[in-house]
Design a protein around this ligand. Structure first.
Ligand code: ZN
Length: 434
């Protein structure tokens, strides 16, 4: 599988080279691809520099250092840049926001500065393979590959005289991997930028050379608390003692399973459960405890789980179903369910599919094949999900591809960098003329 993937990358890479002068691309577009090809080494050097700065989400200083490394490059291109800090109590770096131009149609570019690897992780350094086909390192794919893709696409646009016609806002978020709560504060800068923009493009990594992300599922949490009467076990099932909290929560789970197991795009997962005469659940630390002898009917049971959905409508309807299930308890018991929004869905829309089609055209003209959508079920949430409903259309997964994101095997296909960069530059250039 791996050998196959790198052969494909090689094939794409040589196709990329031969197609630079091919017909469907305009002269300006070819000029941008030449620029990207000529600056391949400097793009990789910048990637190496960024990867070697530890920027685990909690390492505020390191995250800011990644932003401060990119900042002069953006300013050199004519962008106005500023840090939008979070309140000190949130302890995370804020977002670096860069704006350019006053054209009628504004493009929002989203990427993130942080990684999941803290300063004490064993995985700290950039390393390229002996054949220079791949590189490993913390964030090499997620999302430092995306950051360098974004920067060199802008440089190529500037080089070809196209940037001057554009209106672009770049938001580089400091804590994508673990958004400081509440997200109404930590994603305010992103939301403000989206309100001023027409389309949003996310530079999250791609999982394949031929797929982009037109939709992402949203995530919320649910907590079920069931109560029963604490009596001797000999009375269970009886009219007086009832069924107890454990049977009641088992009833809810069984109805959930049979109701939702076949709902396309929706998943409801109980992650942790405690029950007994008494039970305590600590959802913050994902732990809990319970006490109770075997001959006592359970007085308390608690379940904490997650809910994943394709749209707000699907989320709200699933929540209502859960409430209805909880509202019909077994005799002698009660159930209550609470919900907590974590991340909205990025619903798949006609506008998103149009952006995908436009990127696919660009990719075909470059000789790197047509592009299709990754099934939303295969991609979790990302920052673009917070603002998808504020723009006309959005598309994600525009960074380079590779494998092992969030693991110590995080690996980038180096041939993907110029291809992803070329696709983005040419798409933006074409968008200006629409
Ligand atoms: Zn990411």
């Amino acid at each position: 599988m791996k050998a196959k993937a790198s052969l494909l990358a090689l094939a794409l890479s040589s196709a990329f080279l031969t197609q630079v002068t091919a017909a469907p691309l305009t002269q300006v577009e070819q000029q941008m691809l030449h620029y990207i090809e000529q600056h391949r080494d400097s793009q990789v050097a910048m990637l190496e520099q960024l990867v070697n700065i530890n920027s685990g989400t909690g390492n505020r200083r390191g995250v800011e250092q990644v932003g401060d490394t990119l900042r002069p490059h953006l300013e050199q291109l004519g962008f106005d840049t500023r840090w939008v800090d979070l309140p000190p109590s949130m302890a995370h770096a804020g977002s670096l926001v860069a704006t350019f131009g006053k054209a009628h149609r504004r493009v929002l570019l989203i990427a993130h500065l942080d990684t999941v690897f803290p300063p004490d992780s064993d995985f700290q350094a950039y390393q390229s393979s002996a054949d220079r086909r791949t590189a490993t390192g913390p964030g090499v794919l997620d999302n430092k590959g995306g950051l360098t893709t974004l920067l060199y696409a802008l440089k190529a646009l500037e080089h070809a005289g196209r940037l001057q016609h554009a209106a672009i806002t770049v938001v580089l978020v400091g804590d994508e991997e673990q958004a400081a709560q509440p997200s109404s504060i930590s994603r305010q800068a992103l939301r403000d930028a989206a309100l001023q923009s027409d389309i949003a493009l996310g530079l999250e990594f791609a999982t394949s050379p031929s797929q982009l992300v037109t939709g992402r599922r949203g995530i919320s949490a649910w907590q079920l608390s069931s109560r029963g009467q604490v009596r001797h076990s000999s009375g269970v099932f009886g009219a007086q003692a009832g069924f107890g909290a454990i049977y009641e929560s088992a009833r809810v789970l069984e109805v959930l399973r049979t109701t939702f197991a076949r709902s396309p795009g929706l998943t409801v997962n109980p992650g942790i459960m405690v029950g007994g005469r008494s039970a305590q659940l600590d959802t913050r630390h994902s732990t809990g405890s319970a006490q109770g002898p075997k001959n006592i009917i359970a007085g308390q049971a608690q379940i904490y789980g997650d809910l994943r959905f394709l749209s707000r409508g699907q989320q709200r309807s699933a929540e209502q179903t859960l409430r209805d299930i909880a509202a019909a308890p077994l005799p002698g018991t009660t159930s209550q369910v609470e919900f907590h929004d974590i991340m909205p869905a990025m619903p798949e829309t006609a506008g998103n599919r149009q952006l995908l089609a436009a990127f696919s055209e660009v990719s075909e003209a470059m000789g790197t094949g047509s592009l299709t959508a990754v099934p939303a079920l295969e991609r979790g949430g990302a920052d673009i999900s917070y603002i998808a409903d504020l723009v006309e259309a959005s598309l994600d997964g525009l960074g380079p591809w590779g494998t092992g994101a969030h693991s110590p095997q995080e690996t980038l296909e180096l041939a993907a960098l110029p291809i992803a960069t070329g696709r983005l530059a040419i798409f933006i250039s074409r968008f200006l003329d629409r």
